[in-house]
Design a protein around this ligand. Sequence first.
Ligand code: ADP
Ligand code: MG
Length: 383
Amino acid sequence: MNTKLINEKFAEHFGSSGELYASPGRINLIGEHTDYNGGFVFPGAIDKGMVAEIRLNGTDRVRVYSVDLDDYAEFGLREQDAPSQGWARYIFGVCREIEKRGGRIAGFDTAFSGDVPLGAGMSSSAALESTFANALNEIFSLGIDRFELARIGQSTEHNYCGVNCGIMDQFASVFGKAGHLMRLDCRSMEFRYFPFDPESHGYRLVLLDSVVKHELVDSPYNKRRESCERVVAAIAKRHPEVEFLRDATMEMLDEVSGEISEEDRRRARFVIGETQRVLDVCDALERDDYQTVGERMYQTHEGLSKDYEVSCEELDHLNEIARECGVTGSRIMGGGFGGCTINLVKADLYDNFISTAKDRFASRWGHQPKVYDVVISDGARKL
Ligand code: ADP
Ligand code: MG
């Protein structure tokens, strides 16, 4: 991260210097479409993030310079003071959400920059929110606990950016820890750190961005959720303790197979399998068994592609290339229909995998995938 450039820009705009705060983007190793089914996700913070230089300015106004967009915004702290620029609304939203929780803040100057690719599925927006939530909490000694900092980011997306997201991205950005992933239970909000350090076991983690995003006419996400809800309702007739698919077993699913559609059955089979795969991966990591981790990643891809049907030809192609190159694990990361695959690859196979993937993907789709190496790193912090 180029803190020197931020220092220069801050001095140029505000004529002084401030303190530096940083927060990362995130990956999710496994656990897809599990959040709204009350299940587990398994994210980690990455070595790409946002850095902001901040200094109180003695007024009731916030003055912000975006280094990457070369754009400037200025706004007050009242609800009616929302800035017009989309990027500035993330910062305004964080200020507002802090005030709604009773935290008193005052005007500040800031210049910020980040290296999380925008909209590639690594959550640049959560990195932005948690940078400011954490910084303002420290600067004004507000004593907001870390989980609430994540919620402030999530509420910012809901109330000021029109994005109805879950808590995973902000949670990972705030709680991230180098060499560890976090298994978050999306029902109880309990979480646990598990060791994950591919580099010291001879592996690398790399994302391949297909650079496609298929816009779909119907709303596939809502349809998937409805399928899940229908299956839960069918199972709950016999097993009232089943509140979410996370509580269901494959046996329970078999019992109701005559009462649900074939499509709903496949959707539920993916979710029930995925819940178990997250647990399997956690167990495997406690034994440093990266081979099993990789196998589960491939199974997740298969399930997302065939049962949940949220893949696309470009992502299936990237997955196929990974298999052929002997990559240990590969799968779609995120909701699907485009974006990245996440790949766990032995260090000595890395170069061949990347060059093969670039060539083969480009010859079929006319452009190369983008390559993002990631290392699991710490969460929100003061530099
Ligand atoms: P992502 O999946 O990366 O979170 P989003 O669409 O949720 O994608 O958020 C991207 C938005 O966050 C951008 O449109 C911009 O408003 C803001 N943003 C992210 N990174 C930066 C940055 N480096 N500088 C300014 N704004 C940023
Ligand atoms: Mg986002």
